[in-house]
Design a protein around this ligand. Structure first.
Ligand SMILES: Cc1cc2nc3c(=O)[nH]c(=O)nc-3n(C[C@H](O)[C@H](O)[C@H](O)COP(=O)(O)OP(=O)(O)OC[C@H]3O[C@@H](n4cnc5c(N)ncnc54)[C@H](O)[C@@H]3O)c2cc1C
Length: 288
């Protein structure tokens, strides 16, 4: 890593300028739990590192307009200790806290998890199900992008030159709402999801599902928002038919790879199973 240029700007404008100045050889650094591993292995050889942890707004959690704003570089540990966020979005917080070990949690951020663009990233299906929005800052100002529009393939994002994610916005939580994230891994922890499933739903006063969002990870080149799976629940009670329709919709969306961690058949089947289980948890959390 000779002649590595490290900068730690304190404003978003300065970060954008540093990213542009570094051209294609500049990289954003948040917690470094992916980036530093890739640099040490020689897979990535950036010339400029733009550490965004000191950028105003990139750290911390605040409540705004009934929802939450999470700084893009906020660590998993800080997210896990936030009582109000954990109460409103337990599934999203649990997904974030599944990332790595205690040491990794001290650094790993939501933006790093998303922008590393692994199809198996744990927080991403939970953020997609939550309908989280990314606030992206770049040379042309600020734009808001749905989380599912950031990754375009393994290791690839839709962010343009000079752009980075400053924060995530979570919408206001209606009454009778619940979320959940479940993953399947061969080991008990510290492993990459073979399948991940995030669910977020809201119930009517009579216990019927009013709104539902289901997202799957590790079953396609990017995490997927499976609209048909959410639609399978809307207007229904939590019964066998609704769960069967959900299971079928989740399986139909899968386009997984076949590798030593799981065959196409296995990943597809598990997607349906996890969707059923995550929906049951979210439903219970919604107060059914
Ligand atoms: C031991 C170990 C275990 C792990 N276990 C898991 C696991 O169980 N589940 C899981 O999902 N992941 C796991 N990971 C991967 C990693 O910890 C996560 O992906 C983490 O969330 C990355 O966040 P970070 O802040 O460290 O990102 P960084 O390493 O700083 O950045 C990762 C990528 O995102 C880009 N980036 C970072 N911030 C921004 C931003 N604000 N805007 C634009 N681009 C940005 C960087 O340029 C880089 O390309 C593990 C890693 C290790 C080392």
């Amino acid at each position: 890593m000779a002649d590595l240029n490290y900068v730690a700007p304190t404003t978003a404008e300065a970060a954008v300028k540093a990213l542009l100045a570094g051209g294609g050889m500049a990289r954003v650094l948040a917690g470094g739990t992916d980036l530093l591993v890739q640099m040490r292995s020689g897979r990535l050889t950036p010339e400029t590192i733009v550490d965004v942890k000191a950028v105003a707004g990139a750290q911390g959690i605040r409540q705004e307009a009934g929802g939450f704003v999470i700084g893009a570089a906020t660590s998993g540990a800080v997210i896990g200790e936030h009582a109000a966020l954990s109460m409103a979005w337990p599934g999203l917080v649990e997904a974030t806290n599944l990332i790595g070990s205690t040491q990794v949690q001290g650094r790993a951020s939501l933006a790093g998890n998303l922008c590393n663009a692994s199809p198996a990233a744990d927080s991403v299906p939970a953020m997609i199900a939550a309908r989280a929005i990314c606030v992206v800052v770049g040379p042309n100002g600020t734009r808001e992008v749905a989380v599912e529009a950031i990754c375009v393939g393994p290791g690839k994002t839709s962010l343009a030159a000079g752009e980075f994610i400053l924060e995530f916005r979570l919408p206001a939580r209606p009454a009778r709402s619940g979320d959940a994230y479940l993953r399947s891994i061969p080991r008990t922890e510290m492993d990459i999801a073979v399948v991940g499933c995030g669910v977020n739903l809201t119930l009517d006063t009579d216990g019927t599902c009013a709104e539902a969002h289901v997202a799957l990870g590790a079953v396609a080149p990017t995490a997927l928002l499976v609209e048909a799976a959410g639609a399978a629940l809307v207007g229904r009670k939590l019964d066998q038919e609704a769960l069967d329709r959900l299971d079928a919709a989740a399986r139909a969306a899968c386009r997984p790879i076949d590798d030593k961690r799981g065959t196409v058949e296995y990943r597809t089947r598990i997607a349906g199973v996890l969707a059923r289980r995550a929906v049951a948890i979210a439903w219970q959390r919604a107060g059914a």
